[in-house]
Design a protein around this ligand. Structure first.
Ligand code: ISJ
Length: 94
């Protein structure tokens, strides 16, 4: 069955899809909130370093973080870490 023809009220065991989607939406909002918190902390570290004459970014630390995500999610984890780090670096379109 294609996604387009899938009925909106199908159930997965006892729970209907609307309930599951509400839970997914809550998790997505939590993830976004955590990302804002992460970006704030990351910028504090970056500004602390540049204020004392250091580099804003530390590639070795970013590689560690990327590896953490890769270990959980494979190549999609690399992509996820890359997007996460772009957001936290405060790059123009992030
Ligand atoms: C926050 C830091 O600064 C930068 C941002 C990072 C991050 O968002 O995780 C990681 C490394 C640095 O490029 C840090 O060094 O920990």
């Amino acid at each position: 069955m294609s996604l387009i023809s899938m009925p909106e009220r199908f159930t997965d065991g006892e729970v209907d899809v609307c309930t599951l989607r509400r839970r997914i939406d809550v998790i997505d909002r939590d993830i976004i909130e955590l990302l804002h918190a992460r970006r704030k902390l990351s910028r504090q570290v970056q500004h602390g370093r540049t204020d004392t004459g250091g580099p804003r970014l530390v590639p070795a630390r970013e590689a560690e973080i990327t590896e953490t995500y890769r270990a959980s999610f494979g190549t999609a984890g690399n992509t996820l870490a890359s997007a996460l780090l772009r957001i936290c670096r405060g790059e123009p379109d992030a």
